[in-house]
Design a protein around this ligand. Structure first.
Ligand code: ZN
Length: 235
């Protein structure tokens, strides 16, 4: 019987299907991975005889060789996550400026500062204003805030397929999935600080900030509380 155990065995043969980069929680950083599919084989004296079915797919870290389930690929790499955060702040800055802050120098400077510290270190005011001009030209409806009704910007952001609406949803919703509540609050507050740089919220700014909060999956009460607190601190 003992001899039998030594002779018979099941061995898993791994085949590498593809590779890429992922966040390895064991190494605590971005690493290369191999996606490997295993086949279990019955062996006799170490010679594979019969296929015993698939052993599943694993993601193997090329640095520490730990194997994970395929779901680890859903988590963005640190590099990807930084890019998502940077794009989110950039889009928020544009949205808030479009809602009414673009005419005030302080708001423009706050927007450039937020975008730079989010990772676009060479962002300039001219670039932001150039993008704003392009958005305005593209969308007749995004004019200066004074010309907007109280709900028109929020409607544009939430409802129809405007550039900013699409951009806000695309930039913020995937990010929201990977941020804890505190992180999502901080992203919203970056927008609030831009809006508050040149005085209290304009109605259109407040609307766009609420839309940003909803894209970040924050509750309405929470958005209200954060925006009110930010305004109280700023004044
Ligand atoms: Zn690793």
């Amino acid at each position: 019987m003992k001899l039998g155990l030594c002779i018979w065995g099941v061995r898993t043969a791994w085949r590498t299907e593809d590779d890429g980069e992922f966040y390895c929680s064991d190494c605590g950083g971005d690493r290369a991975y191999h996606r490997r599919t295993g086949t279990r084989r019955l062996t006799v004296l170490n010679v594979p005889l019969l296929t015993r079915g698939p052993a599943g797919t694993v993601i193997e870290c090329t640095a520490c060789h730990r194997q994970f389930g395929a779901e680890v690929l859903l988590r963005p790499t640190t590099t990807r996550f930084s890019a998502m955060l940077r794009d989110a702040v950039h889009t928020i800055a544009l949205a808030v400026l479009t809602a009414g802050g673009a005419t005030g120098r302080a708001a423009r400077e706050a927007a450039v500062g937020a975008v730079r510290s989010a990772g676009f270190s060479d962002c300039t005011e001219d670039q932001l204003l150039g993008l704003l001009a392009a958005i305005v030209a593209d969308e007749g409806r995004f004019r200066r805030s004074e010309e907007l009704g109280p709900d028109s910007f929020a409607e544009a952001v939430d409802g129809c397929g405007s550039w900013l609406s699409i951009e806000l949803h695309e930039a913020l919703e995937p990010l929201a999935d990977h941020l804890l509540t505190q992180g999502r609050e901080r992203v919203l507050l970056q927008g609030a600080h831009i809006a508050l740089a040149d005085g209290p919220y304009l109605p259109a700014e407040r609307e766009v900030l609420e839309a940003i909060g909803r894209c970040l999956s924050l509750h309405t009460d929470e958005i209200d509380r954060l925006l009110t607190a930010a305004a109280a601190t700023a004044s």
